[in-house]
Design a protein. Structure first.
Length: 303
């Protein structure tokens, strides 16, 4: 049986007359990577801040590892690790000093192995202000997970990171999950959420509009599959063929691109047309709708 480690029930948060989060409910199971997605102002950061004990909800009930974030903040600090978008650390502190300080607070031994993993070993004695944006974010991540928390909150963790460090971070996230940690990932990077998250919730205007696995969410959309075709002579481009089950088509970079509701019928007809035109197929790609496609579809429907 799956065990819920985070529960949010009828959660509501207002700032004056503005409702940032409007009566949302969801649960996260232990050992899950859960994505929290939405445009700016959707309520992601407010939700995270209330789960982290930074703010108090105006209504509803929140539990993290069995703890009420508003009533037992000391217990909450031991159970969670948090990487914020901005760290707020003193400019003169070094990674070495920060690691000792954070681990002493949690009664844990310093985790210098995380510096090796995240490319900070040579920067241990460098003051915080002299670190690059990417290095500051890597340090924030190392401090968030150093005491081996049960739940880890990551807010835009890969923003400002180079490709290699992003890969290393994703590997570390998978290892943390394999060790039993639960990760709540707030991100604007739809590809990252689709790759890393077991389930995602999409927030719009303070409400959850859909929740499920990335595959479940993309399957509930318009359902069109992208079929891209490139041929030697490019005769599909010139002749503007109509094909079965194609809702719309376009041309880009010498590819004829079709959006199909039935890829079997469409692809068969495309191949027949290429042969009939005595052309030669160079590349044919079939891509199911992405999480970003579905996100944009949902966002546009709310405008």
């Amino acid at each position: 049986m799956t065990q819920e480690i985070i529960t949010v029930s009828n959660f509501r948060k207002q700032y004056g007359n503005f409702t940032a989060v409007d009566d949302i409910s969801f649960a996260v199971t232990r050992g899950e990577i859960f994505g929290l997605l939405g445009p700016n102002g959707a309520g992601k950061t407010t939700t995270l801040e209330c789960l982290e004990g930074i703010r108090a909800p105006d209504a509803g009930q929140l539990r993290v590892a069995g703890i009420d974030p508003t009533r037992d903040r000391r217990g909450l600090r031991s159970a969670i690790g948090v990487q914020l978008q901005s760290s707020g650390m003193p400019e003169s502190i070094t990674p070495d000093e920060a690691m000792k300080l954070f681990c002493a607070y949690h009664g844990a031994a310093p985790r210098y192995d995380l510096f090796d993993r995240l490319g900070l070993a040579e920067k241990r004695q460098t003051q915080f202000h002299a670190l690059s944006t990417g290095q500051q974010r890597r340090l924030a991540l190392a401090l968030a997970v150093a005491h081996r928390p049960q739940v880890i909150f990551l807010d835009e963790p890969t923003a400002g990171l180079d490709v290699q460090t992003r890969v290393e971070l994703h590997t570390l996230m998978r290892e943390l999950k394999a060790d039993g940690a639960t990760i709540v990932l707030a991100t604007h990077d739809m590809a990252e959420a689709e790759e890393m998250a077991d389930r995602v919730a999409i927030l719009l205007q303070g409400r959850i509009v859909t929740i499920g696995t990335p595959i479940q969410i993309t399957a509930t959309g318009a359902g069109m599959t992208k079929v891209s075709v490139h041929t030697v002579e490019g005769r599909l481009l010139a002749n503007g063929h109509a094909f079965p089950a194609v809702a719309r088509h376009t041309v880009k970079d010498n590819y004829a691109i079709y959006y199909s509701t039935d890829i079997g019928r469409t692809v068969s007809a495309l191949i027949e047309a290429v042969n009939a035109e005595h052309d030669t197929l160079v590349d044919l790609r079939v891509e199911r709708p992405s999480l970003e496609d579905r996100f944009l579809e949902l966002t546009n429907s709310k405008k």
